[in-house]
Design a protein around this ligand. Structure first.
Ligand SMILES: [Zn+2]
Length: 282
């Protein structure tokens, strides 16, 4: 099956000792695209280092809501400067987390706004994390409000992105209504192993309604192991579990859906530099 992983933190410490082996297993498992997002200053720099070593991979730089209060202006300036690097194909991950609230909400909002501004300025899509407090939709409601306030989908975004998605809903979590609102703004939707967790049942219906050219899958490695994957450390090759699930929701043969993931990935994250033929050909 042809596969992509639109979101894997191979820049996490847990991959220090065997990164090359993990990428080789991914390649052997059919993965043709891997996107490594940062979450703070150091992890953004590490994402760039990894793509320097393995040029078939892509990087994203941005600040996660958990780190919103920890990244100062000087740190942000470094992240924003690196966003211009041609190996960077997206801004993120950023977003809102009203579940764990590791950074105060006003800091999360300020952080989200500057990440969105950077996405608009660079023409690179924002990668959006969003979690609500248990049993609520406060995070999704606030994120939707922020995207509308930033005029995502409006004239300036259309000028910067054309028909491409201006942002990606990473590791989708939420209701069908929320998904429809995000799709109306032109966003792409990426599913992770989160879809198998209790409380995420709406994801099945959402997976059937996302247009194929905006449908992505991811692992969020080393987190969110799907059924069958090692709980201690998820890896990109396990994206096949979520990809197969997505195909099932769409009434499709997984093999037939694979090429669409590659097309959706390339449309969402276009590269300005040539891609090596195979992930291990670096
Ligand atoms: Zn992530």
């Amino acid at each position: 099956m042809r596969l992509v992983d639109s979101h894997c933190h191979l820049n996490a410490d847990r991959f220090d000792d065997d990164l090359e082996r993990v990428v080789e297993s991914a390649r052997a498992g059919g993965l043709e695209r891997l996107l490594v997002p940062g979450w703070n200053v150091r992890s953004c720099e590490r994402a760039l280092d990894i793509v320097g070593r393995l040029p078939a991979l892509d990087a994203a730089v941005g600040v996660h809501p958990h780190d919103a209060a920890k990244v100062d202006d000087a740190g942000w300036a470094r992240v924003a400067a690196s966003a211009r690097d041609p190996v960077v194909v997206a801004i993120g991950e950023t977003g809102l987390d009203y579940d764990r609230v590791f950074s105060p909400i006003p800091d999360q909002l300020a952080n989200l706004r500057r990440n969105l501004a950077l996405a608009l300025e660079t023409g690179k899509p924002a990668i959006l994390h969003c979690r609500s407090a248990t049993g609520r939709s406060d995070g999704q409601d606030a994120l939707l409000h922020e995207l509308r306030a930033a005029r995502v989908g409006g004239a300036s975004w259309t000028a910067a992105f054309g028909a491409r998605p201006p942002a990606v809903v990473h590791s989708f979590s939420g209701s069908v209504g929320y998904a429809r609102a995000m799709l109306d703004l032109g966003l792409a939707v990426s599913f992770s192993g989160l879809v198998f967790r209790r409380g995420e049942e709406a994801s099945a219906e959402v997976a059937a309604l996302v247009p194929a050219e905006r449908l992505l899958v991811e692992t969020d490695s080393p987190f969110l192991a799907p059924p069958g994957a090692p709980r201690a450390r998820n890896e990109p090759e396990w994206v096949r579990v979520t990809a197969t699930w997505a195909a099932t929701q769409r009434g499709m043969d997984p093999e037939a859906l694979g090429p669409a993931f590659v097309v959706a990935y390339d449309r969402t994250f276009p590269r300005s530099r040539p891609r090596p033929a195979a992930l291990d050909a670096d």
